[in-house]
Write a protein that binds this ligand. Structure first.
Ligand code: ADP
Length: 193
């Protein structure tokens, strides 16, 4: 079983690479951003609350996203493993994820961190916003806020996973196929458990 965290700032390419990885390795893709946007589309109370935060480029409260992930783990017993995309984003989320996996007698295998420079991130996100229509993808001020939140609250998780010997840096510039190749090379080296 492989439980992988795809890590990196907004626009690093986590969603794109996750989509490819789940096909190749038959893992379940858990993207908190996608789940939250699903709640918004369905007009749920949770979605309405989350949208307020997301539209400002701020993180949604930990307890909300932790409960979402907990439910998804319960809904997928017997899966070959999970790709966590956009989660965890804070220390509290990382600690909660470790606990949830431990309850299921499993653990994070590795955290792959896609490195991409800020200017390239902004360029990609604005490009994506034109197609996706995501309200948080069009305003450069909001995009910068998301990157700021990442640097302040999420980037420190690198040390959390380094301390567990699970951190692996991946070059996130360049060709999508090339980055996919780098990720696969890492995953293929993971011990099977
Ligand atoms: P990106 O990584 O490109 O910003 P996401 O779809 O992962 O896109 O996230 C979009 C927004 O959803 C975030 O800016 C944040 O408001 C919210 N969000 C997603 N995942 C989390 C999380 N784990 N914790 C808190 N907020 C989250």
């Amino acid at each position: 079983m492989h439980n992988i965290i795809l890590f990196g700032p907004p626009g690093a390419g986590k969603g794109t690479q996750s989509a490819r990885l789940i096909k190749k390795y038959h893992l379940v893709h858990l993207s908190t951003g996608d789940i939250l946007r699903g709640e918004i589309t369905n007009g749920t109370a949770l979605g309405l609350e989350a949208k307020k935060m997301m539209d400002q480029g701020l993180l949604v409260p930990d307890e909300v996203v932790i409960a979402m992930i907990s439910n998804k783990l319960d809904q997928n017993p017997g899966s070959k493993g999970f790709i966590f995309d956009g989660f965890p984003r804070t220390q509290a989320q990382a600690a909660a994820l470790d606990d949830l996996l431990l309850e299921k007698a499993t653990a994070i295998s590795a955290m792959y961190a896609l490195n991409v420079e800020d200017e390239e991130l902004i360029r990609r996100i604005i490009g994506r916003g034109k197609d996706s229509g995501r309200s948080d993808d069009s305003d450069p001020v909001i995009i910068r806020k998301r990157i700021e939140e990442y640097n302040k609250k999420t980037a420190p998780l690198i040390d959390y996973y380094k301390a567990q010997n699970k951190f692996v840096a991946i070059e996130g510039h360049g060709d999508v196929d090339e980055i996919f190749y780098l990720l696969c090379k890492q995953i293929d080296q993971l011990p099977v458990f």
